[in-house]
Write a protein that binds this ligand. Structure first.
Ligand code: AMP
Length: 114
């Protein structure tokens, strides 16, 4: 998608602080972190929201979670705990319409979320 900021990050056209990359996904630090570690895991392929997943995307979503768990381990807070979040559409708080899994760690999380 030409006008998608996360597609541009995936293509290397705009910079991001990458912490992981493989053939399917990239993980990079959020520009406006909400925790000491705030990383976004995105698929390289454009998928707008969770509602747009196809039947063949289920393994991809599992892989995104596995990558988030790996980053949590690398950042040193896997055992103490962390949070992963998909925001979906406006009421869910989604502002960038390219699927992304938030990984938040390094502080205690609260429930319910705001
Ligand atoms: P959401 O509200 O779930 O759509 O989350 C979008 C996230 O993308 C926000 O936490 C933003 O801070 C983050 N974000 C937007 N643009 C960039 C960028 N160029 N690099 C890193 N993070 C970004």
């Amino acid at each position: 998608m030409d006008d998608c900021i996360f597609c541009k990050i995936a293509a290397g056209d705009i910079p991001a602080e990458k912490v992981f990359e493989d053939g399917q996904v990239i993980a990079f630090r959020d520009l406006n972190p909400q925790a000491p570690t705030h990383v976004l895991v995105i698929p390289k392929r454009h998928i707008a929201t969770l509602n747009d997943l196809g039947p063949d995307d289920e393994a991809l979503v599992g892989h995104m979670h596995a990558v988030a768990a790996g980053v949590a381990k690398a950042e040193g807070f896997a055992d103490i705990g962390y949070r992963t979040v998909f925001n979906c559409n406006e009421a869910g708080g989604q502002t960038v319409f390219h699927l992304h899994l938030h990984l938040l760690g390094g502080r205690a999380m609260h429930w319910p979320p705001g």
